[in-house]
Design a protein. Structure first.
Lengths: 280, 331, 337
């Protein structure tokens, strides 16, 4: 089943039949490339004052300059070095922590399983941004603390997801067969159940990358994430809000966020269409 | 000639555009229905009978291509503008569907749905009048405590009652023609007879013509005046109901009749026609029934038989005119 | 009411308890010192204030007792005193609640109406221009950070073109109407003041649209999906066979059934709304709970942060419960059982 999906996915991508997925992947690939290679680019240093302050876009500075005379384009592009890795780290952590807890809850059940689910329920009772804000505020400013706050907010979703999957797959015959063959619980869980649970997790994770980027930017916008002078997109937009009439300061980072999130959304949407058995 | 026939269908073809190519569900059929008569259309699933019915009403999905001629009182329906068709639907031509549970909107009361039928064709009716007429209609089909049940939801009725309501709704605007698509198939055997009674009584009382589509010969035997037998998208036999049962001319019809278990004779086994109808995407040249027909000859595999025979009894078989005595019993 | 609803209701108190417990833990572990969540650095130098706070919140007692006192205080409505405003947090929140409610309700209305219409259009003209257009609008809504789109919208509509007013609930020159509900629009109508009503309404447009955009997106996708399912049902053909026109079939028959499962999305979109409200209020200088939360976060005003978080969770739980109830009532089958 896994192979069939992979095959469909790759043929679809190569055929260009899944246009959104291809487009999305292209956008993300571009950003990752940017993120990795940017030190080599002939750009003004993002933290240095390189021009007059608050200048509109011009030939010298395509996105203009901000309140401290820094090149907005350069800062925007450098921002990828913060937002994208954070998104990857947070989603991975949420998937692993949430997935593990969800698997334990679904497979072993009992008191621990129930306790985990109660914790999930309570965490999900909070509006995500408020909880993230509260945790980030408790921990103090800084991107690392913001990341921790986001993991706290995000893991319950994956716990629920994986638990539901485990509960369903647990009833399948090949699991019975493995148990009958004498496989221990860890083996059954890790080798026979979890490998079949990846589809919805993947779809959710790709969509979530985008949402994490948004949340990270939101936290920074509020002042709970990146600290100045870090060229993080949310923080840059906050700067832009302060200098409202100099619209270009917020424009670059905003477009960047949009591009990244759209890229991830396209991929997630496309993946869901491809992997969902009920295609239209 | 008197006023034109109620329904005259000529060379109706319906094909569907699908990913695997064009599939012809109906391959050139002719139908005639006169005022006050009941035409039974018999065939297995996949024979195209329901599609033909929907084609008459113009209810097929956009990927269906319909050609031929469908005349209702002389008026050509195929290609008629949509607003004219809408005026006809539920007005002069009404339809009853197979599954009365799914055919009703689950979140609207029965009363509202019947009232809608009335209101769509006469906007001048007042709320009170609509309600009164709805109760009348329910009483017409013997729904007990009609006035109270009017505000019930479809799931609160039993299958048989739902079908009655559907019939009541269909005759609400005194149609000339009623198209019934397998009206008894989804019902219990005991209820089937009741529904057919209701249908027949209404048909005679209100002088409605009825096109009754079914796969069940028994249904047709008691209710129809004339019968058309469909197989694989074509009509293979047309006859008056008595003639059909007394002297079926087409081997398929004979097979169908023979496969109905009878209470009045001793039979050791249930007989059936071997094989299955060809899928619409790959029909054999010549007669579609040839692969299963005990009479099949080389001619049958190459040349498609046209309907032939006496005026009232036609069969699409190269051996249609041969008397039964000359032919081995089918099964 | 069904078993499910009953179970949900019964679970509520426990969830609430869980929520406040979590808030308690968060508050107590601020920088490791529970005092830091109740007192500013300056106040901490004042031994009298410190002693008072320690007594009130039982900080010198062991944790279980501290927890009990915390719960007791909460039950009395004491959410602590804001560092910034020096007023009880609960008081602050209640004052600012109507502004947020007005905004959220407008956004929700906008999002639901336009979202539903888009969803129906997308389903009806599937895979054609309207469908792709709706998909695009939805995509933009969920990909664009609302604090950025709000800024851009403000700049374009208010500064560049002056079509719509600037930030805030009213023009600075105007005074708010007599408080009856706290909704400027309704209060203005009650007071008979047409000018203020118009002004308040005009100020609502931009933030509501920006806030409602994300919701619009998810609703339209959901409605599209449920409509596509429903349009395959038999009763749609029956309706057509009765001679019903396209609009009637779409709205009276298809949408009425499609809305039932789509209702669940409304509760879900509440999460988006709360998130969005916080950021939208900041951008539009809207004096509601959202901007209060942001101000609190920016100034590390811990009592306010925790207070808003608890109240936010409450609202969230309530919204989800209401959606479940609404769902039960919308489906006649479940309702009458």
């Amino acid at each position: 089943m896994i192979n069939a999906h992979r095959l469909r996915l790759s043929t679809a991508i190569f055929k260009g039949a899944a246009l959104p997925v291809t487009l999305g992947l292209a956008v993300i690939a571009l950003w990752v490339f940017t993120m990795l290679t940017i030190p080599l680019w002939p750009l003004d240093a993002p933290l240095d004052m390189v021009g007059r302050r608050l200048q509109p876009p011009s030939a010298a500075h395509w996105f203009g300059t901000d309140a401290l005379g820094r090149d907005v384009l350069s800062r925007t592009l450098h921002g990828a070095q913060f937002s994208i890795p954070i998104a990857i780290v947070v989603v991975f952590a949420a998937v692993i922590i949430g997935g593990a807890l969800g698997a334990i809850s679904g497979f072993f059940g009992g008191l621990i399983g129930a306790a985990i689910m109660r914790l999930v329920d309570v965490t999900l009772a909070f509006p995500p941004i408020l909880l993230a804000m509260a945790v980030a505020a408790s921990l103090g400013p800084g991107l690392e603390n913001a990341a921790i706050a986001m993991v706290v907010v995000w893991w319950p979703l994956y716990a629920r997801l994986v638990r539901a999957q485990v509960l369903e797959v647990r009833e399948r015959e090949h699991v019975e067969a493995a148990v009958a063959a004498g496989a221990g619980p860890m083996r059954v869980l890790c080798l026979h159940i979890l490998p079949l649970c990846w589809t919805p997790v993947l779809v959710n994770a790709t969509m979530d990358f985008g949402q994490v980027v948004l949340l990270a930017a939101s936290l920074s916008f509020i002042g709970l994430g990146a600290t100045p002078p870090t060229p993080e997109w949310g923080a840059m937009i906050a700067d832009g809000a302060k200098h409202f009439y100099h619209w270009w300061i917020a424009f670059g980072p905003g477009m960047a966020i949009f591009a990244v999130v759209v890229g991830f959304n396209f991929v997630g949407d496309g993946l869901r269409d491809l992997l969902d058995p009920r295609t239209e | 000639m008197a006023q034109p026939a109620l329904l005259e269908v000529r060379d109706l073809r319906v094909s569907f555009r699908t990913r695997s190519g064009e599939i012809e569900a109906v391959s050139g059929i002719d139908l005639d229905i006169s005022d006050g008569e009941v035409l039974g259309i018999v065939g297995e699933s996949g024979s195209g009978k329901s599609v033909a019915l929907k084609a008459i009403m113009g209810l097929l999905p956009p990927q269906a291509q319909v050609t031929g001629s469908i005349r209702f009182r002389g008026r050509q329906l195929l290609g008629a503008p949509e607003h004219e068709m809408r005026a006809l639907r539920g007005g002069k031509i009404a339809m009853i569907f197979q599954d009365p549970l799914t055919a009703f909107n689950p979140v609207m009361t029965i009363g509202d749905q019947i009232a809608e039928m009335l209101m769509l064709h006469d906007r001048s009716l007042s709320r009170a009048r609509l309600r009164a007429r709805t109760v009348e209609l329910l009483e017409l089909v013997s729904i007990p405590e009609a006035a109270a049940r009017i505000d019930s939801y479809p799931y609160q009725f039993s299958g048989g009652m739902r079908q009655r309501v559907m019939i009541a709704m269909a005759v609400a605007n005194n149609p000339d023609l009623l198209l019934a698509d397998e009206p008894t198939t989804a019902l219990d055997v005991t209820v089937q007879a009741q529904i057919l009674d209701v249908l027949r009584a209404l048909q005679q009382k209100l002088k409605i013509s009825l096109a009754l589509v079914t796969h069940d010969l028994g249904v047709v035997a008691g209710t129809a005046d004339r019968v058309s037998v469909m197989y694989s998208g074509r009509i293979v036999e047309k006859a008056g109901v008595d003639d059909l049962f007394a002297d079926p001319r087409h081997p398929y019809t004979r097979g169908l009749i023979a496969s109905v278990p009878r209470l009045d004779t001793q039979s050791a086994q249930l007989t059936s026609i071997e094989g299955a109808p060809p899928p619409p995407s790959s029909r054999p040249p010549g007669c579609s029934f040839a692969p299963r027909c005990p009479l099949a000859a080389q001619l049958c595999r190459t040349e498609r038989p046209a309907l032939r025979g006496a005026a009232k009894s036609l069969a699409a078989c190269h051996f249609a005119e041969d008397t039964p005595a000359q032919i081995e019993p089918v099964i | 009411m069904t078993h499910y609803l009953l179970r949900r209701l019964l679970a509520m108190p426990f969830l609430l308890l869980g929520v406040v417990t979590m808030a308690f833990l968060l508050g107590n572990f601020v920088k490791g010192d529970p005092l830091a969540s109740l007192l500013t650095d300056r106040q901490m130098d004042n031994p009298m204030v410190v002693a008072a706070v320690k007594a009130r919140w039982g900080l010198d007692k062991p944790i279980p007792q501290r927890y009990a006192i915390y719960i007791r205080n909460l039950a009395q409505g004491d959410l602590g005193v804001s560092f910034r405003t020096k007023r009880p947090v609960l008081r602050d929140l209640l004052d600012r609640l109507p502004a947020t409610l007005e905004l959220v309700l407008c956004a929700m209305t906008f999002g639901s109406l336009v979202g539903t219409a888009l969803g129906v259009a997308a389903a009806h003209w599937r895979n054609r221009l309207a469908d792709h257009g709706a998909r695009l609008v939805a995509l933009i809504g969920s990909s664009v950070p609302v604090f950025w789109s709000g800024l851009i919208a403000l700049y374009v509509f208010s500064v560049q073109f002056s079509w719509l007013p600037g930030p805030g609930r009213l023009d600075p020159a105007l005074r708010p109407p007599e408080t009856v509900t706290g909704f400027y629009t309704i209060d203005a109508l009650i007071a008979g003041d047409w000018v203020i009503f118009q002004n308040a309404l005009a100020h609502l447009v931009l933030p509501s649209v920006m806030l409602g955009w994300a919701v619009l997106g998810i609703i339209s996708r959901m409605v599209r999906a449920t409509m596509l399912d429903v349009m395959q049902e038999d009763y749609i053909i029956t309706a057509k066979a009765k001679g019903a026109g396209t609009l009637r079939v779409l709205l009276r028959h298809a949408l009425r059934n499609a809305m039932v499962p789509a209702l669940t999305i409304i509760g879900f979109s509440f999460a988006y709304l709360i998130t969005g409200a916080i950021l939208t209020e900041t951008v539009f200088s809207w004096p509601g709970v959202g901007s209060y939360a942001v101000d609190a976060a920016r100034s590390l005003d811990h009592p306010a942060i925790i207070g808003v978080t608890i109240v936010g969770a409450l609202a969230f739980l309530l919204a989800n419960l209401l959606t479940d109830i609404a769902y039960v009532f919308a489906n006649p089958r479940i309702r009458l059982e």
